[in-house]
Design a protein around this ligand. Structure first.
Ligand code: 8LH
Length: 480
């Protein structure tokens, strides 16, 4: 095997120099990889895709079966356009394959005893999926995340606190090993245990934490708890927050709420755990949006039905191909998320495609009210920007005499006089009507009506299915 010398540390299988770290003042971790003309990089990516497809064909019955059925052989992929014809992998397929080939599925490409780390999906609905990660892949992810976090301005002098669950969630571990590889001081604090957020506030101050990793929802919750403890969030001493896991960091109003409350730089990142290194979508500046770090995970924004790559400027769903994973490589993994992408531009300092609003929703979270498609994140954006917002809200969709209705229950800040509430409600409803194109009934509720989350927020309550079931499947004894 001859290493391609035109990009730094670009070998298959991946092998990173673990002693390497750029000088503190250098902007890029791997300057050539990050700044070379995108077309040149794509040639190298195509060559890598061909290697990985051949590797998966030889080692993963899952891929061989799938491609055989589609009449595709890796040797037929000669261009990136050919690659668009490779059928996508859906999360359900991975789950079913693991059920049939326990424990890691027939897409595991290394001998099982080479799996040295296990993570998994939380499996709140259905069978969880296990991630079997070899030591080589673990190190590739650490090196990749170090590189992206370096672009976020994180350095060895930083103390990084991981404020998301340190269990199955790959997000926490990926941030942890990336920060560690970069030479920072790391603090695996976790989140979600009773009373833990108040302890987070105290530890941040005591340990001089400078960077926090978590979800945007958690940051907002942390601010509330800090204030309850009599500590101004801006006095905690944080200088940056790195987010992933849910929309927020690239949604302007949520983002500015966080930057203003904590006086920090905000960095968005994250794709899918299966596609780790998930920081392949990662910001390189304190501004909304993420770059697609194509030489880590090749990202195509695709038509949600045909799964063909869309031109820059279009909205579609990201499809991911890991370029540095050997244990469970993902080849055209369908995300079902929504984003819009822009062409690479050297002006951004790195020649990668750009998602100006990050990932702003999931196709299956989108709902239709009176013919208008509504993304929950668009509602979040409006209500969280409202002065006097009390910290949480819920989006309730129900059906009244065959018409879908949208109710947004919004907590209000108790410092707001009760008599000002009707005007407040009116302003939020008006704004929602303008942004969504349909009316929503806004219901003010007392602060702390709703649970806070230490992790990813779930704010949509869809009552339509329940109502439908009551009609089609009435409980025994009910009068037809
Ligand atoms: C996001 C974002 C984001 C994830 N903006 N939506 O990204 C971290 C990894 C570990 C993660 O969250 O993986 P997981 O648990 O498989 O969830 C993936 C989903 O989470 C993804 O499909 C998106 O819907 C969402 N997500 N990062 C908006 N920065």
């Amino acid at each position: 095997m001859t290493a391609d010398t035109s990009m730094e540390q670009w070998t298959w299988p991946p092998r990173y120099d673990e002693t390497y770290r750029p000088p503190e003042g250098q902007t890029h971790w791997l300057p050539r990889r990050e700044t070379m003309p995108a077309e040149q990089r794509e040639e190298l990516i195509l060559a890598r895709i061909r290697q990985i497809m051949a590797y998966a064909w030889d080692n993963a019955p899952f891929y061989r079966r799938k491609w055989d059925e589609a009449g595709i052989h890796p040797s037929a992929i000669r261009t990136l356009a050919d690659f668009e014809k490779v059928p996508v992998v859906r999360k359900e397929e991975l789950r079913a394959d693991q059920a049939a080939h326990e424990p890691f599925g027939s897409y595991l490409c290394v001998p099982p005893d080479e799996v040295k780390h296990i993570n998994g999906t939380s499996g709140t609905t259905g069978r969880p999926t296990a991630f079997g990660i070899s030591e080589r892949d673990w190190r590739s992810v650490a090196n990749a995340h170090a590189r992206v976090m370096w672009a976020m301005g994180i350095r060895s002098s930083d103390t990084v606190l991981v404020a998301s669950p340190l269990s199955l969630y790959w997000g926490s571990w990926g941030a942890y090993i990336g920060a560690e590889r970069l030479g920072a001081r790391v603090f695996p604090f976790g989140a979600g245990a009773p009373g833990q957020t108040a302890r987070t506030v105290r530890w941040i101050k005591q340990m001089g934490v400078t960077v926090l990793y978590g979800t945007p929802s958690y940051a907002l919750h942390l601010a509330e708890v800090a204030e309850e403890e009599g500590i101004a969030p801006a006095s905690l001493g944080l200088r940056a927050m790195v987010f992933s896991g849910e929309p927020g960091a690239s949604i302007p109003t949520i983002r500015s709420r966080i930057t203003e409350t904590f006086q920090v730089g905000v960095y968005d990142s994250g794709s899918m755990a299966e596609a780790a290194p998930w920081m392949n979508l990662g910001a390189a500046a304190d501004e909304p949006g993420v770059l697609c770090w194509q030489d880590l995970v090749y990202t195509e924004v695709c038509d949600p039905v045909s799964h063909q790559r869309l031109p820059y400027g279009a909205e579609g769903t990201p499809v991911y191909t890991t370029l540095e994973r050997t244990s469970q490589p993902m080849i055209r993994l369908l995300s079902n998320d929504l984003t819009r992408w822009e062409a690479p531009s050297a002006e951004r300092g790195r020649t990668y495609p750009f998602l100006p609003r990050g990932i702003y929703g999931r196709i299956d979270d989108m709902f239709t009210v009176r013919g208008e498609n509504v993304h929950p994140s668009a509602i979040d954006e409006v209500v969280m920007a409202a002065p006097g917002y009390g910290g949480e809200h819920r989006i309730v969709i129900s059906r009244e005499s065959a018409m879908d209705t949208l109710v947004v229950q919004v907590e209000y800040d108790p410092r707001q006089p009760e008599e000002s509430l009707p005007g407040w409600v009116e302003r939020i409803s008006g704004r929602l009507r303008t942004v969504l194109g349909v009316g929503a009934r806004v219901v003010p509720v007392r602060q702390h009506t709703f649970d806070r989350t230490g992790f990813k927020a779930r704010r949509v309550i869809d009552n339509r299915e329940l109502l439908q079931r009551m009609v089609t499947d009435p409980p025994p004894g009910s009068i037809p």
